[in-house]
Design a protein around this ligand. Structure first.
Ligand SMILES: [Zn+2]
Ligand SMILES: [Zn+2]
Length: 309
């Protein structure tokens, strides 16, 4: 394929899909090296959490499966009016050596429920406008600790580009009567970027993928935030998320994933973006803000469809 400039579904964001000749990362798949070593000082291991207050527990205090605690070094906090907010750490498993993608589907569904329970609790605070749930996995994606964990970041500050996106969505709805993302779901379900679809969720690689192998998971129902997912949706979500993370692990790339939830706007369409960090942004990207992605999303979708049960 020839290079092609593509625009995001709704935002003023552009990417140049410019396939490189020669080998793509997934042509040379190597098994991910597992070199997690047990560290007795790990602050997320059960023996070091006995005395730490839990904000949420799956399982008993002595025998938990998922444990949510306050972030010890937060950038935003409830006692700082200049940077007001709340930060939490979701410890995904008691096992220091385990990776998220190797946990059972049920366990991953429980993790989605933990995110949901914390979102409910945090959004009771009227000052909070925005809750971001995210994970950084692997070196350059920003993880400083090896023990599998994700994070919750809640603030009263809604980043301007999200406000802009939310306004564009509203304007689109006023103009057409439709949710732009419901239309995206319907379109991608029939196209070459579809990875997976069942009666509850869909996974696809977005038309203007900013990152190589970027992939989104969305509910088929128009749901505003993670607290509205039901059991069946969480199960399906967990199943495809596990598969996608296992495929990313074959690429041996670090990744980020995130849900973002705007509390003051209750008509968003929930999505999860999973972005492997294989691209190194250089002069063009930093200077112009234009992103070059060498992996066409159609190729990435084909890669994710492999080994899918
Ligand atoms: Zn640990
Ligand atoms: Zn929708």
């Amino acid at each position: 394929m020839k290079p092609e400039i593509r625009k995001d579904y709704i935002q003023e964001k552009y990417v140049i899909i410019a396939p490189k000749r020669g080998k793509r990362p997934h042509d040379t798949i190597k098994p991910k090296e597992h070199h997690k070593r047990l560290v007795s000082s790990c602050i997320f291991c059960p023996h070091n959490l006995m005395k730490i207050h839990s904000l949420y527990l799956k399982g008993a205090k002595k025998d938990w499966q998922i444990n949510v605690i306050a972030n010890k070094y937060p950038a935003v906090s409830l006692d700082n009016p200049k940077a007001y907010g709340q930060q939490e750490v979701v410890i995904e498993t008691p096992d220091h050596t385990e990776e998220l993608e190797n946990l059972s589907t049920d366990h991953i569904a429980d993790l989605l429920q933990a995110y949901s329970e914390r979102t409910k609790a945090i959004s009771k605070n009227q000052k909070i406008e925005y809750i971001l749930i995210f994970k950084n996995d692997g070196g350059i994606a920003g993880a400083s600790l090896q023990h599998a964990h994700s994070q919750i970041f809640a603030t009263k500050f809604l980043p301007p580009h999200l406000l802009d996106k939310s306004q564009r969505q509203q304007a689109y709805k006023v103009k057409t009567g439709n949710c732009v993302y419901c239309e995206v779901v319907a379109k991608e379900a029939k196209g070459p970027r579809l990875v997976y679809k069942d009666e509850y969720v869909i996974a696809f690689t977005p038309y203007a993928s900013m990152f190589n192998y970027e992939v989104w998971i969305m509910p088929l129902r128009h749901l505003d935030n993670i607290t509205e997912l039901n059991n069946n949706e969480r199960k399906s979500w967990a199943k495809i998320l596990k598969h996608i993370l296992q495929k990313i692990s074959q690429l041996d790339l670090p990744y980020n994933f995130y849900f973002h939830q705007v509390i003051n706007d209750n008509d968003q369409h929930l999505y999860m973006k999973i972005v492997p960090r294989g691209s190194v942004w250089a002069g063009v990207e930093i200077g112009s803000g234009l992103i070059i992605n060498p992996i066409p999303p159609e190729d990435a979708a084909e890669f994710y469809r492999q080994e899918l049960k």
